[in-house]
Design a protein around this ligand. Structure first.
Ligand SMILES: Cc1cc2nc3c(=O)[nH]c(=O)nc-3n(C[C@H](O)[C@H](O)[C@H](O)COP(=O)(O)OP(=O)(O)OC[C@H]3O[C@@H](n4cnc5c(N)ncnc54)[C@H](O)[C@@H]3O)c2cc1C
Length: 481
């Protein structure tokens, strides 16, 4: 059986000791630290969703390699229905977790990488595709958590790697008979320390002379030379400094946790190398991963987050006694409109997907709709945050700790003055949940996750046929050249 349980995953994590640093200290136990544990619990929940009969259609798929039923996070999409269900999985996991499905970038890399490996092999007689399929069989058989790393630290963005410290982009420093040695770092890596494996893709559309940067490979978590430096923010401090997580808004799964992965002369055997020096394919590799990820992380996942914000905002309106006020209903409807627009782009990306390259059997989403999904959510999410903040009122920023409702010295005042059309308990609980979305990390995270907006603008400009549009306008306006 290729579907594993959350408990089996937990046991694997317990056995590993990757070098993870958080708040200036080494994390000795990923399970005991409340922040790193939130990533593990999110992964456990993704395993459990795949076990539940009502979600199996979305969360599982039939492997094209073994015909076994596998977790959809490890599936190479074979048709439009697969793309639709992939987007459906992003929506479902976002709704159930209120944070990342940390297997999402790795999942999106698999199909993009397979598509490029197939193409390179066909043109260059390499063996990347077969290597990748052997690796994929191993992942599927063991139902492993695969994270995905493409974002280099990049240093001075105006300079190419050779014009600055070359380690600003992950690159090959040595080629051996049995593999390559890589150095550099990947930043903003979602949940990587709690994954079983990480797939690493070049983040650079490489030029001639940059062959050492044109790489793709997979590596087990905590391999020699790898360290993980975790993000740290007020939400981390809050989580560290409480003995009762239930007050934290999203108690179990928390914030979207990321880290900086250091690769200090890390050895990768050839059987795990899927691109090595083929600079002419790097731009396409990035673009194919980006459109997968923009349909899912940029589109469907954020639709799930918006569902949570809309639900919490509707509750807060009820609790305050304003749910039937026309302007409140209008504002909530505007949130729904943004939600449906992003959802439509994401679904259109799936339904307009195509086999790429033809004959490969690998299906990828439509370029324009996937980029439009991400671009719309980047601005739409700020609007949703603003509308929610308007309706919840200043309480979202000024609320006291829920514990004041149990503090014998002042609880009678806290309960009396913080109640509205509902109890103070309910108001504070949902306001805290909204604080997590409205006054937290999610606006900036949504903007940059799966690529800052300029990347989508460039793509949309590049792929749009402006000549065709000019011709249409000229025809109707009666302009003859
Ligand atoms: C919550 C979160 C989770 C993420 N998870 C993952 C993950 O799991 N795996 C992964 O690989 N990545 C992940 N990312 C990374 C994400 O894809 C990047 O944040 C995004 O690509 C932007 O890169 P950056 O953060 O380095 O921003 P920067 O590149 O520093 O961009 C900042 C600004 O500089 C501009 N800029 C940058 N370079 C240039 C240039 N050369 N010319 C002109 N303008 C430029 C940008 O347009 C932008 O306006 C995650 C990000 C977030 C926020």
């Amino acid at each position: 059986m290729a579907i594993k349980t959350g408990e089996e995953y937990r046991q694997r994590v317990l056995k590993r000791k990757p070098k993870v640093y958080l708040g200036g200290n080494r994390v000795n136990s990923l399970m005991e630290n409340p922040t790193t544990r939130s990533v593990i619990e999110a992964n456990v929940q993704v395993y459990e969703l795949a076990q539940r009969p009502e979600y199996q259609d979305v969360m599982t798929a039939k492997s094209h390699l073994s015909e076994d039923i596998i977790n959809r996070n490890l599936h190479i999409h074979q048709c439009i229905d697969d793309l639709d269900k992939r987007a459906g999985m992003a929506l479902l996991t976002a709704q159930k977790l209120g944070t990342c499905n940390y297997r999402c970038p790795g999942c999106d890399m698999l199909s993009a990488m397979a598509s490029i490996a197939w193409e390179v092999d066909k043109k260059k007689k390499t063996e990347y595709y077969q290597r990748l399929m052997t690796y994929l069989e191993f992942l599927q058989k063991n139902d492993l958590v695969l994270s995905g790393a493409t974002t280099d630290t990049k240093g001075d963005r105006s300079k190419r790697p050779s014009e600055q410290d070359p380690d600003m982009y992950v690159h090959i420093v040595d080629r051996k008979s049995d593999g390559i040695v890589v150095r550099g770092a990947k930043q903003h890596q979602s949940g990587a320390y709690a994954a079983d494996e990480t797939m690493v893709l070049t983040g650079l559309a490489c030029h001639k002379g940059e062959e050492d940067y044109a790489i793709a490979f997979a590596i087990p978590t905590g391999s020699p030379g790898m360290s993980y430096i975790c993000q740290y923010n007020p939400y981390t401090a809050e989580r560290e400094n409480t003995d009762d997580l239930s007050y934290l808004g999203n108690p179990i799964y928390g914030q979207r946790e990321t880290c900086l992965i250091i690769f200090d002369n890390v050895f990768v055997p050839w059987e795990r190398v899927f691109l090595c020096g083929e600079i002419e394919y790097t731009q396409q590799l990035i673009a194919r991963f980006a459109k997968m990820h923009r349909m899912n992380c940029g589109g469907a996942c954020k639709v799930g987050f918006i569902d949570l914000i809309i639900g919490a905002t509707a509750l807060t309106a009820e609790y305050a006694g304003i749910s039937k006020m026309p302007h409140v209903m209008d504002k909530i409807t505007s949130m729904v409109n943004i939600r449906e627009t992003v959802s439509a782009c994401s679904l259109a990306a799936a339904f307009k997907g195509r086999e790429e390259p033809q004959g490969s059997g690998i299906w990828l989403p439509d370029d324009a709709y996937s980029n439009a999904a991400k671009l719309n959510v980047s601005t739409g999410f700020w609007q949703v945050m603003a509308l929610a903040a308007d309706i919840v009122g200043g309480l979202v920023a000024t609320m006291p700790h829920e514990r004041e409702l149990e503090n014998p010295e002042i609880k009678q005042y806290a309960k009396k003055y913080l109640k509205a059309a509902s109890s103070a308990e309910k108001r504070l609980r949902i306001a805290k949940f909204l604080q997590h979305w409205v006054a937290g990390l999610h606006g900036a995270s949504t903007w940059h996750g799966s690529g800052s907006t300029q990347a989508q603008m460039i793509t949309l400009y590049r792929i749009t046929d402006f000549e065709e549009k000019k011709r249409l306008a000229k025809d109707l306006a009666g302009i003859k050249d």
